[in-house]
Design a protein around this ligand. Structure first.
Ligand code: NIG
Ligand code: FE
Length: 431
């Protein structure tokens, strides 16, 4: 039996219809009216709609409802599995002291410049055994699944030297093989300038050369990263340095996404738009030219998704959020992600991120749902596989304990997933 039938749903937000921008960002393609069902066969969606129609389509496809395992949605909402398109999943240690230093006025980049911040997590991660990193990440993945996430991008970036970065990518590969969460591995070698390059006049350029000439070729040769990412920020890696890394990654066949304009306008949005990135992330402080460049890209055949990380802005305590409404009005497709990491966003919960996006950035619940499903899928280049409930798509679904998608971000800080399904199989919650 490889069929699964989820029936008795009060509403289904299908998110069918592809990447959303502008007014369409608010279109969850929801079916309402009760007694709705989703049938899955062989790990793919077979049919969705009113139960009677779905039964007819099951029979028309040559199956019998008796071949299907049944899941009762109990009047709840069904959505596609949520997609977290920006996480720093693999790390050791915590940074609550730094968080408190910030609360007393220290700046994020000041802490980094003093050898703390990202560099303290690099030290803790290098010291941790594979087993420790694996078991910590497994715990986080379990929590993510329980919050409704079925696909997550996962970055390296707390290794910085080639052996340590390759180890982190191997660990991501092992977790992906274990399942059930689908993981998309990203190489983030240029996350910070390592200790031994600091204090040299051309230290950052020398490290960029090491990333381009030594690290990227090995990462590409091993085929263990889909994406290359860079922390493009004033005082970390400049737009020119980032451009060098992106060009090398692209020539090696990798896709690209960047941390752009998180704290100050750094030319990141312009660079992402001009260099074929699938996603520009953070964007809390883009320049006008950067917004214009993303808007032009959005109207082209190669739109760059603006992946916004409001939990980070919130946890940094600066009350300075990405101008999401401006992006939507400019026709730029918006996604949301957790940015899960021990420094600036210690959360695994996309429903919480949706809540923050609604409260602090003025997104509607529909816009936020689009941002963690179909648009997030496109930011990972997976828009034809996941992110919507349409016949032929992977059967990654969440049945929620709430009846409508408006209630998902409304119940602050709860874990409202009732049943989580990956590839047509129940992997968390009630069967
Ligand atoms: O996306 N800004 C750079 N990287 C992460 C933070 C990583 C850290 O502080 O450990 C981010 O916020
Ligand atoms: Fe990040």
């Amino acid at each position: 039996m490889s069929g699964l039938l989820v029936a008795g749903a009060g509403s289904v937000a299908t998110l069918a219809g592809g990447l959303r921008r502008g007014a369409a960002q608010a279109d969850a393609a929801a079916l309402d009216g009760g007694d709705l069902a989703v049938a899955c066969w062989g790990g793919r969606v077979l049919a969705v709609g009113p139960a009677a129609d779905v039964y007819r389509q099951i029979v028309a496809a040559g199956h019998s409802p008796a071949e299907f395992e049944h899941v009762d949605a109990d009047g709840g909402l069904i959505t596609p599995g949520l997609i977290d398109a920006h996480t720093h999943l693999i790390f050791a240690g915590t940074r609550e002291q730094e968080w408190q230093m910030r609360a007393h006025g220290a700046g994020y980049l000041e802490v980094l410049a003093a050898g703390g911040g990202i560099l303290s997590t690099v030290a803790a991660t290098r010291d941790a055994s594979d087993e420790r990193l694996l078991s910590a990440a497994r715990g986080r993945l379990d929590e993510m699944l329980a919050c409704g996430t079925t696909t997550a991008e996962a970055k390296s970036g707390y290794g910085l030297d080639v052996a340590a970065e390759l180890r982190l990518l191997r660990i991501i590969g092992q977790l992906e093989a274990e399942g059930p969460m689908r993981l998309v591995p990203t190489y983030l070698g240029a996350h910070a300038v390592p200790e031994q390059y600091r204090g040299r006049p051309d230290g950052t350029d020398e490290f960029v050369a090491e990333v381009v000439d030594r690290q990227l070729p090995q990462v590409a040769a091993q085929g263990i990263a889909e994406f290359c990412d860079v922390f493009c920020e004033r005082g970390v890696f400049s737009a020119n340095q980032t451009a060098r890394i992106l060009a090398a990654a692209t020539s090696l066949g990798m896709r690209t996404r960047i941390h752009a304009d998180e704290l100050a306008p750094s030319g990141g949005a312009e660079l992402a738009a001009g260099s074929g990135c699938l996603s520009a992330d953070h964007l809390a402080a883009p320049s006008d030219a950067g917004v214009a460049a993303l808007a032009r890209a959005a109207a082209s055949p190669n739109p760059v998704v603006a992946t916004l990380l409001p939990a980070t802005s919130w946890f940094l305590g600066k009350h300075h959020f990405a101008p999401a409404r401006r992006f939507i009005d400019a026709g730029i497709p918006v996604a949301l992600a957790t940015d899960l990491n021990p420094g600036t966003s210690p959360t695994v919960s996309l429903p919480l991120v949706m809540s923050i996006a609604c409260v602090e950035m003025g997104l509607s619940p529909a816009e936020a749902l689009v941002a963690v499903t179909v648009n997030a899928a496109h930011s990972l280049g997976l828009g034809s596989e996941i992110g919507s409930i349409e016949p032929g798509r992977q059967a990654d679904l969440v049945v929620w304990n709430v009846p409508t998608f408006e209630q998902l971000p409304y119940w602050l800080g709860t874990r409202p997933a009732r049943t989580v399904i990956v590839g047509g199989r129940v992997v968390a919650g009630r069967a």
